[in-house]
Ligand binder design. Structure first.
Ligand code: TPP
Length: 559
């Protein structure tokens, strides 16, 4: 027998995560995760970001994963701490983020015995199961690494998602023989059937006006999408699919999925191919938008067939492999209507004109932002009026990893997500600046993470839209509750003083004439910086966004 090192389970996990390419992890230290974090610290290969709360830590890991394309890792304590992460896990599962959530548990001899043991969390595994793609409990030191490997494999396999593991503290600290193989398991892409691809290609070859609808599942398929665009396909994307091809490509409608000119264009499309998208309620006016009558679909999840909209033909498989199979088969076989590209551009221009009209004075904010971001940046957004009205579509994204939005609709995630994206940019050496758009209501929800941003010197420019209220809720009260305003007015701190106390830069913009200077000051700062837009001075939008739009109202507004 060769001499084998004895190491803790925590150290083995740290080593395994390094082999998975993890360069940063996020969490809050606790007695119930110290064997893992001690190993991170001692080994020094993973940058551990000390978030101020587990909700923020998990949002950070989520945004890190989305913007780097790697595995996100969040480490929490048992009980309350794991519970704090639950809302953020809901967001990660909504977005399909490959994420590993490591949490503690009390010592295994006392588990599940209702002994009133400090930090006991009965049914924690049930909670983790509810908010994760899969959840595991490690029961013995010898089985730990096998379970962690499997958890990462599940997280990384399409449809990707967050996976939780609870590890009793005695198991984390136990010594095991250093495992001979601490490499990740292979992640297999689901190959579509050749016969199904033949059939789909046969149908698409007849199309004169074919349109691709790309969702988050197609994020890695840019090269194959470009091949199909060359053959004459148009492209529209969901929020998650933004940037699979640059949004200023002439064939790309961006993410204007519910705009009226685009809905009109749908009626002229003779083949819609939906790839890796759930056709979510926000992107289809609660499934009422009139999509093209002929619809095909590719998805790694066979249960997506017929979901939300019926499908004429479905291919189960990995998006990149399926699109490659199609492009190979369609080369030289397409005869697309030469006017299709012009019609795409007119629909996009029509949608853009309506957007500019809706935003009123904030057109200047969009233009100035667009002029400073360049092509390589992260665009992180909280749930706020500005994002619903324009941030979900602009500025122009050039890469599918650039966009991060709280898709599940929860406010307060943006600040922490911005930190995660900025840390991802730092450890991957991408040099990307992170821009974070937030409303004052969402921003204050998780304000403690501003201290994390400063401590980490997260290179992020926060655009804080301050209307001193829950603006969207006020609009809903006007639209549905007879204008009665309850519980929407916010006490907001003086952000100049707050920023000073926290140790970061800040500029307040009362008139958008000051914006260019403020953004440039923020850009020059290496580290976090707040550009606060005083919306009470600048004025309101021309449109009153009152929650996810529905079909009748959108038609009336000519959206
Ligand atoms: C976690 C969570 N709590 C509550 C809500 C309900 N909610 C939706 S939008 C909103 C107001 C957001 O206010 P703010 O960030 O200031 O943006 P604004 O609407 O003013 O643009 C609230 C409270 C939510 N979506 N998520």
């Amino acid at each position: 027998m060769p001499n084998v090192n004895r190491i803790t389970v925590g150290a083995a996990i740290a080593q395994f995560l390094e082999n998975c390419g993890v360069k940063a992890a996020f969490g809050v230290i606790s007695i119930h995760n110290m064997p893992i974090l001690d190993a991170f610290g001692e080994r020094g290969n993973i940058r551990f970001v000390m978030a101020r709360g587990e909700a923020g830590a998990t949002n950070m890991a989520d945004a890190y994963a989305r913007t780097t394309g790697g595995l996100g890792v969040t480490v929490t304590s048992t009980g309350t701490a794991a519970g704090n992460a639950a809302g953020s896990m809901v967001e990660a599962i909504t977005a399909g983020t490959p994420l590993l959530h490591l949490t503690g548990q009390i010592d295994s001899p006392y588990l599940d015995r209702n002994l009133g043991f400090i930090h006991e969390a009965n049914h924690q595994l049930d909670m983790l199961q509810a908010v994760s793609k899969a959840a595991f409990r490690i029961r013995t030191p010898e089985t730990a690494i096998g379970i962690v490997k499997r958890a990462v494999q599940i997280a990384m396999t399409a449809p990707t998602g967050p996976v939780s593991i609870e590890i009793p503290i005695d198991v984390q600290a136990a010594l095991i023989d250093e495992p001979a193989d601490l490499n990740p398991l292979p992640v297999a892409a689901l190959a579509p059937s050749e016969a199904a691809l033949d059939e789909l290609a046969q149908r698409l070859a007849q199309a004169k006006r074919p349109l691709l609808w790309l969702g988050g599942g197609a994020r890695q398929a840019g090269e194959q999408v470009r091949r199909l665009v060359k053959l004459g396909f148009g492209v529209i994307t969901s929020t998650q699919g933004r940037g699979v091809i640059p949004e200023n490509d002439p064939a790309c409608l961006g993410s204007f999925t519910v705009a009226k000119p685009v809905e009109n264009l749908y009626q002229t499309v003779d083949a819609l191919l939906v790839v890796g998208s759930r056709l979510r309620s926000n992107e289809t006016l609660k499934y009422a938008i009139k999509l093209p009558a002929t619809r095909y679909r590719i998805d790694a999840d066979s249960q997506a067939d017929g979901r939300a909209y019926t499908t004429d033909f479905f291919v189960n498989g990995d998006a990149t492999l399926a699109l490659k199979g199609l492009a190979d088969r369609l080369e030289g076989r397409m005869a697309v209507d030469p006017r299709f590209l012009d019609d795409i551009q007119s629909a996009r221009q029509g949608a853009m004109a309506k957007l500019r009209d809706d935003v009123g004075p904030y057109a200047k904010l969009i233009d100035t932002l667009q002029s400073v971001v360049g092509e390589s940046f992260n665009w992180v957004r909280d749930v706020t009026l500005s994002n619903s009205i324009w941030g979900n579509r602009l500025p122009c994204l050039h890469d599918s990893k650039a966009g991060v939005h709280a898709l599940g609709g929860g406010i307060g995630l943006g600040l922490a997500m911005g930190v995660g994206a900025a840390v991802g940019a730092a450890v991957s050496g991408s040099g990307k600046k992170t821009f974070t758009l937030a409303g004052d209501g969402g921003f204050i929800l998780n304000l403690g993470e501003l201290a994390t941003a400063v401590q980490e010197q997260a290179d992020m420019l926060i655009v804080l839209m301050n209307d001193q209220a829950y603006g969207v809720i006020k609009n809903i009260q006007d639209a549905v509750y007879g204008g009665r305003k309850h519980y929407v007015q916010l006490h907001t701190p003086d952000y100049a003083l707050l920023a000073q106390a926290m140790g970061l830069g800040h500029a307040r913009v009362k008139s958008l004439d000051e914006l260019d200077g403020a953004l440039k000051e923020g850009l020059a700062a290496k580290g976090p910086f707040i550009v606060e837009i005083d919306m009470l001075s600048v004025g309101g939008f021309n449109t009153k966004f009152a929650g996810p739009p529905v079909k009748a109202a959108a038609d009336k507004a000519g959206a």
